[in-house]
Design a protein around this ligand. Structure first.
Ligand SMILES: [Zn+2]
Length: 563
């Protein structure tokens, strides 16, 4: 057995370098040592991570340099997601992408600002013509930041191929020291057949791990029967960083022959949401830990599955002993190895599959319409990955719409009848999903006569909520009617209690000023360097509107020395 194992490990480490990506084409976009807080393919909320997260020493404003010649092919400024993002197309066909930037540099920044002022909008998306904004290797192109859905200062760095598929940037000659094998947190077994079991259970079974002297793992021996599959919780760490990153490759074997392999080399954005099918979604929602299922179920088209035999399942026969192994690898070839001894035994099932039977059985292949009290629900075909019993109940203005333990792939439409509300109240209504604090979190809602219509990809408790309170506006670094000559920025806090901020517009002396909204800190910032129509005495006006249309206006005078 030992011999076979070491042979397998050897074969495993040979397959890594097999790719034709250019190794010395792209230089480090930052002039600091590359330390990562996030890896390619890492499991995130509703997606696989599409690039590297490069640490920036807990600071913003680090210069970003073009890693190769090219031109700016796309610029996107958004409140959410990548925040301020820059795309550079290189002559070799690859595009490099930079996310969560604080600002752009030079001509790029100038072009962005001009467009924002021309469109009177912070959020913009541009596709500049070839060579309009050409860059040379080493040119300063941007400054790192923390904009959009970023939880701390870092640079999101991505390399895409000509089909806009993100590729693992570590294939391009970036060397990140990694001397430790991936960490194994848990191994789980799943059953498929009606008379199948693992240790007489048909539900997810966690297997006890036993660390061996040679550093590999063994699980407790299991008794099983029928078609079964396995899953793992694992993460990898680079040297000198404590972040829990994704493992590069997982391979499984059954009695010496390969069963399944998942590899994080590349994927396409159209498939990234299938992560919710790949992981055990219920386990994640309940335990906040992602089990990777080492088998392909129906409605899982993921291309990161790079090998499969019988979809990765194994069939255990009565009275036969078998060995199932899992090897988890990082890109440096460090391997964590697990052996699962299986004894075939047809036995009584003590813990049958717990399918909560309800009135609403959804056939995933077909569209389904359901009405409950004031609510009607439309579930398109293939919105769910598999046929599922849903628990749906209406109680007055509340809709219990199952639980967030089942993933939704494409939008489900919820509508609520609001004809019983007073006419003047109807405008302030929206559909909210109750969060853990019991607050109705705004779900993008439109009004169609006496119906509220919302689209959602999350199960949970929904209510017809009402927001009658306009947003709050409060200056942060200045007082009304005062001198503010020494400040470089105007900072104003804007907040809305229920439905949330939808739009805002600020002017000085009647002229639009560009304000940047950071939803994480609720702060709007104006940069005095924009130099808009400033006098000694200035009138600032800010209008903020929430998602149901409640509007707040803030007006003040301020004084400022100007040249
Ligand atoms: Zn990232």
């Amino acid at each position: 057995m030992k011999k076979i194992l070491s042979l397998l490990l050897l074969i495993g480490s040979f397959t890594y370098a097999q790719n034709n990506f250019p190794k010395n084409y792209f230089s480090n976009p930052l002039d600091i040592k590359m330390i990562l807080s996030g890896s390619f393919g890492e499991l995130r909320s509703n997606h696989f991570h599409s690039g590297l997260d490069i640490k920036t020493q807990q600071r913003e404003g680090m210069p970003v340099y073009a890693p190769a010649d090219g031109y700016v092919s796309r610029i996107k400024v958004s409140h959410y997601g990548y925040g301020k993002a820059l795309y550079i197309l290189h002559p070799n066909g690859y595009t490099t992408v930079y996310g969560h930037l604080r600002s752009y540099a030079g001509e790029i920044e100038k072009h962005v600002k001009e467009t924002q002022y021309a469109k009177e909008s912070f959020e913009i998306e541009l596709f500049p013509d070839k060579n309009f904004l050409a860059v040379k290797k080493g040119d300063l192109i941007a400054y790192t930041g923390n904009t959009g859905g970023s939880g701390g200062p870092h640079l999101h760095y991505e390399i895409r191929d000509a089909s806009q598929r993100p590729i693992n940037p570590l294939h391009f000659g970036i060397d990140i020291p990694d001397s430790k094998a991936p960490l194994l947190m848990g191994v789980f077994a799943y059953t498929v057949d009606e008379d199948g079991h693992v240790n007489q259970s048909q539900n997810r079974t966690k297997l006890r791990l036993i660390k061996q002297k040679d550093g590999t793992y063994k699980t407790e021996g299991i008794k099983a029967y029928g078609k079964i599959g396995f899953g793992v919780t694992t993460y990898d760490q680079f040297d000198g960083a404590s972040n829990k990153n994704g493992s590069y490759r997982i391979q499984t074997n059954f009695n010496g022959s390969e069963k399944f392999e998942v590899t994080f080399d590349k994927f396409s954005f159209s498939e990234t949401r299938y992560l919710n099918r790949y992981i055990d979604y219920e386990y994640f929602e309940t335990n906040k830990s992602r089990i990777q299922k080492l088998f392909r179920e129906k409605n899982n088209p993921l291309s990161v599955i790079t090998y499969e035999d019988d979809n990765g399942y194994v069939t255990v026969k009565d009275s036969l002993h078998s060995i199932y192994t899992i090897s988890i690898n990082d890109l440096k070839g460090n391997t964590t190895f697990v052996t699962i001894p299986i004894e075939g035994a047809k036995m009584d099932i003590l813990d049958p599959k717990n399918n909560k039977v309800t009135d609403d059985y959804i056939n995933a292949d077909h569209a389904t319409s359901i009405t409950k009290g004031k609510f009607s629900i439309y579930i398109p075909a293939n919105s769910l990955y598999e046929d599922t019993y849903l628990d749906i109940r209406a109680d007055g203005d509340t809709l219990i719409f199952h639980e967030d333990i089942v993933p939704i792939h494409t939008n489900i439409t919820l509508s609520a009848d609001i004809s019983s509300y007073r006419e003047e109240d109807k405008d302030k209504l929206y559909l909210g999903r109750l969060n853990t604090k019991g607050e109705p979190y705004y779900t993008s809602t439109s009004r169609n006569g006496d119906k509220l219509v919302a689209k959602t990809r999350t199960f949970g408790k929904y209510i017809i909520a009402s927001d009658t309170i306009p947003p709050e506006i409060e200056p942060v670094n200045f007082s009304e009617d005062k001198w503010i000559s020494n400040e470089n920025f105007l900072k104003i806090k804007i907040k809305d209690d229920l439905s949330g901020i939808s739009s805002y517009r600020a002017t000085i002396n009647g002229k639009f000023i560009l304000t940047e909204y950071d939803y994480k800190s609720d702060v709007l910032v104006y940069n005095f360097n924009d130099n808009v129509n400033l006098e000694t005495e200035n009138n600032l006006k800010l209008i903020v509107i929430d998602n149901v249309g409640n509007s707040a206006t803030f007006e003040t005078k301020f004084f400022r020395k100007h040249p």
